[in-house]
Design a protein around this ligand. Structure first.
Ligand code: 0YR
Ligand code: MG
Length: 371
């Protein structure tokens, strides 16, 4: 089998309720720059990364795919995905300017499309090809009820509804209001509405500095918060290590890290308790798998970030014994041939061959941005 075409695409899909905010971003659309990889067998693989839908930046990702990676892929056998992963990763001109950001996100999209082809070629869902079993049940925790722009009343109602009506057993809410005391009031309100059995996580999206995180982070234990996510700037290993020593609530991070070496730094510095790689950023399914292995070795649970909108990541989470959970944000589900499906807070096993990333023609028509 040979790759005959690498066709980039860009989609901008509206998010829930017209727009959402966390402590650092306000967004109205989710961006999906990616590519279809076409083979001479007729099989087509789909891969993409996740952005805040800024077309000028998204187009840097798609042009990196078509101008830089496509020439390295044409004529290759897409099923040799690990070998192609290395070819792209260690390509000298690329790694001189890349190894993070735009190039790494383009690279991740390609890796996901290759795994999609490999699984389609054997006629199996990717989780099965990776050695997973249908007997493993994956928990979904819901973030789509916890945005920072919601009033306290709406936040509380939404979290309660996810638990009482939708059957989730864990929810995540954002913090990072100008006055952290308001964050504590919101957490208190959510905790008292959802009761003591449901797990509650909080996410600061890297907004706080170390003194703020120590002062207010130490209060999170009062509300039995399962983890404190991205309390500090993404690259600050030492800061997170200090915070981890100072407070009782475990720390989660990784959605903006690009490779296994960065995860290793946090793990060995004892600066993190939950790893949150995002396949659409950290090197695709291959990269996610390496980081999940690292989690196993260090005995740190792995709970991937949604950024890839769950589709391909669910397969890896099912198959990898270091993973038990996956964030749920349902913004792009209607774009896929086989959208992931959650019932009673658990993901249903995907059944179609591939990585679950096949996007419908309808979705291209509706949300496609011309390149
Ligand atoms: C907006 N999940 C996150 C939203 C989410 C962001 O950027 O996507 O809050 O990625 O932190 O854990
Ligand atoms: Mg987060």
């Amino acid at each position: 089998m040979k790759i005959i075409e690498v066709a980039p695409f860009l989609l901008h899909v509206p998010v829930t309720g017209g727009g959402i905010a966390d402590s650092t971003h306000e967004i109205s659309h989710w961006g999906m720059p990616g590519c279809r990889i076409v083979t001479d067998s007729g099989l087509v693989g789909f891969g993409y990364t996740g952005t805040h839908a800024v077309a000028s930046l998204d187009k840097l990702i798609t042009s990196c795919i078509s101008d830089v990676y496509a020439p390295l892929l044409l004529g290759e056998d897409p099923r040799e995905v690990r070998s192609l992963h290395c070819k792209l990763l260690y390509d000298p001109p690329t790694h001189w300017v890349g190894r993070g950001g735009i190039t790494q996100m383009a690279f991740s999209a390609v890796d996901i499309a290759l795994w999609d082809i490999k699984a389609k070629a054997v006629g199996e869902p990717l989780w099965h090809l990776l050695g997973g079993s249908a007997g493993k049940s994956i928990e979904a925790y819901n973030t789509d009820c916890g945005w920072l722009n919601l009033s306290k009343g709406k936040l509380v109602d939404g979290c309660r509804r996810m638990i009482e009506e939708e059957g989730f057993s864990a929810v995540k809410m954002k913090v990072g209001k100008p006055d952290p005391k308001e964050d504590l009031e919101r957490i208190e309100a959510v905790r008292s509405a959802i009761g003591s059995k449901v797990r509650l996580m909080v996410d600061a999206n890297a907004k706080w500095d170390l003194p703020t995180a120590i002062q207010y982070g130490s209060r999170l234990a009062d509300f039995d918060v399962t983890w404190f996510e991205e309390p500090l700037w993404h690259d600050d290993v030492r800061g997170h290590a200090k915070l981890a020593k100072a407070i009782d609530t475990p720390i989660a991070l990784g959605e903006l890290l690009y490779n296994r070496h960065q995860f290793l730094e946090f793990a060995t510095a004892e600066a993190v308790h939950y790893l949150q790689p995002d396949a659409s950023r950290c090197g695709g399914i291959t990269g996610l798998w390496e980081i999940a292995d690292l989690g196993l070795v260090h005995n740190i649970p792995v709970s991937p970030h949604h950024g890839d909108m769950m589709q391909a990541q669910l397969h890896a989470v099912i198959a990898h014994s270091g993973c038990e959970q996956l964030e749920f944000i349902p913004w792009t589900l209607h774009c896929f041939e086989e959208p992931v499906c959650v019932k009673d807070g658990r993901y249903r096993m995907p059944e179609q061959p591939g990585a679950g990333t096949t996007i419908t023609p309808d979705c291209f028509e509706k949300y496609g941005i011309s390149l």
